[in-house]
Ligand binder design. Structure first.
Ligand code: PMP
Length: 435
């Protein structure tokens, strides 16, 4: 019996031993095409020689330099790389080891910012139902996925949840996308009024919702309205791009496509592409400068902040994505994959919706297309699809909870940016067989 405390204690996993481009290989030599990047992590596949060389060069120089004593060349260079390309207003980067930590840091930065400017009453957070922002207690309290929250309630933070922007289930048949976005904006305004505008600290959302809804972008104009509402009330906008950021949707940051700049922006998965654990909280110059000129000390920190090896890996990944023109490839292959999915599953009786951006695509599974009735959650369809795909030698990310945290299944596809046309055919054929 395995002595690893796995998440799924009743499951048994193959042992991964090697990577080959977009494939992972297990101890028996079986190859798995990674059609989901694990969980939208692997953007450069599993065996990139440039990244491997950057990691080994850095690790030969030194093991570890604590961030309270030293900065490091890779950490400074990665911060420069990110800020030079970040949305308007972003001025600095706080490095962490993953997505949940990035969200925690963003929440605490927001809180400390308001303490520094003498508004300690701003403690309330507004997020959206069915959202996922991480599994640590603060990030879990922010997320709106009922199924994940329930076992740990009461949770820590003051969070109020509003409706997600989820056209497939939220937009009425007789309603334009614009009117739907406006209805959500009104709900947000009403919620702020109810909480008391001067008590609200931040609104938190994923530009394209990943793990819980399956690659759902907002309707056009929604995020511009959200930005406007936040500005009017002095509320900070935190965009969580842990899953959808770092090129996944075809632009380096997903919010570029919405025409909005957040005050705080979290990234993780695609930042290190799986080569090292790393995440980051990008902060506006205003937030950073306020804390710098005030107490001068951000009351937060972890031992592995800005680990040089992790930063060197992320820098190599990001330079490779840029140098090889992979964002263009994400857009082109994303369109090609979407076209193939529509052709193959467009009238599949159990595929209700195909959506997403770039190489971040979702298929919503339904028991009945006309009524959009979901499958019975007790049948654990998502686990069955995952298992059938793994049998086929395909990794796809099936999840549940699109409706209320428990009901509603989807399959998320987020292959590495390096996939070729042949890989797209393999993904669609194997997914078809699995479904
Ligand atoms: N935010 C979002 C949007 C995510 O998708 C995830 C992970 N799925 C997280 C935060 C948490 O990241 P991590 O698992 O690296 O802690």
């Amino acid at each position: 019996m395995s002595r690893v405390f796995h998440r799924h204690l009743k499951a048994s996993y193959p042992t991964a031993v090697a990577g080959d481009g977009p494939y992972l290989i297990d101890a028996a030599g079986k190859r798995y095409l990674d059609a989901c990047g694990g969980a939208a992590v692997s953007c450069l596949g599993h065996s990139d020689p440039e990244v491997q060389a950057a990691i080994s060069e850095q690790v030969k120089r030194m093991a570890y330099a604590h961030s309270s004593f030293f900065t490091s060349e890779p950490m400074e260079a990665l911060a420069d790389f990110l800020v030079d390309r970040a949305p308007q207003g972003i001025g600095s980067v706080y490095f962490v080891s993953g997505g949940s930590e990035a969200v925690e840091a963003a929440l605490k930065m927001a809180r400390q910012y308001f303490l520094e400017i003498g508004q300690p009453e701003r403690t309330q957070v507004i997020a959206r139902r069915q959202s996922y922002h991480g599994n640590t207690l603060g990030a879990l309290a922010t997320g709106g996925n009922a199924w994940r929250r329930r076992p740990f309630e009461p949770l820590l933070a003051d969070t109020t949840h509003v409706s997600p922007c989820y056209a497939y289930r939220g937009q009425r048949a007789d309603e334009s996308a614009e009117a739907y976005g406006e209805r959500l904006a009104v709900e947000l305004e009403d919620t702020i009024e109810r909480l008391g505008p001067r008590r609200v600290m931040a609104f938190v959302a994923e530009p394209v919702v990943g793990a819980t809804l399956g690659a759902v972008p907002a309707v056009p104009g929604y995020f511009r309205r959200v930005r406007e509402i936040c500005d009017r009330h002095g509320i900070l906008l935190i965009l969580d791009e842990v899953m959808c950021g770092m090129g996944r949707t075809g632009s380096l940051f997903a919010c570029e496509q919405e025409g909005v700049s957040p005050d705080l922006l979290t990234v993780a998965k695609g930042l290190g592409g799986g080569y090292q654990p790393i995440g980051a909280t990008l902060a506006s110059a205003r937030i950073r400068d306020t804390i710098a000129e005030g107490t001068g000390f951000f009351q937060h920190g972890h031992t592995y902040i800005g680990h040089a090896t992790a930063c060197a890996a992320a820098l190599a990944v990001q330079r490779a994505v840029e140098k090889r023109g992979l964002l263009e490839q994400v857009r082109a292959r994303g369109e090609a994959l979407r076209a193939r999915l529509e052709q193959r599953f467009g009238d599949h009786p159990h595929v209700g919706d195909i959506r997403g951006r770039g190489l971040f695509l979702g298929l919503e599974l339904v028991a009945d297309r006309a009524s959009k009735e979901p499958f019975d959650p007790d049948r654990r369809l998502n686990a069955a699809v995952k298992a059938a795909a793994m049998d086929q030698g395909l990794m796809c990310y099936p999840a549940g909870g699109t409706l209320d945290g428990r009901r509603g299944d989807h399959v998320l596809l987020a292959p590495p940016y390096i996939v070729e046309e042949d890989h797209l055919d393999e993904i669609v054929d194997k997914l078809d067989a699995a479904l």
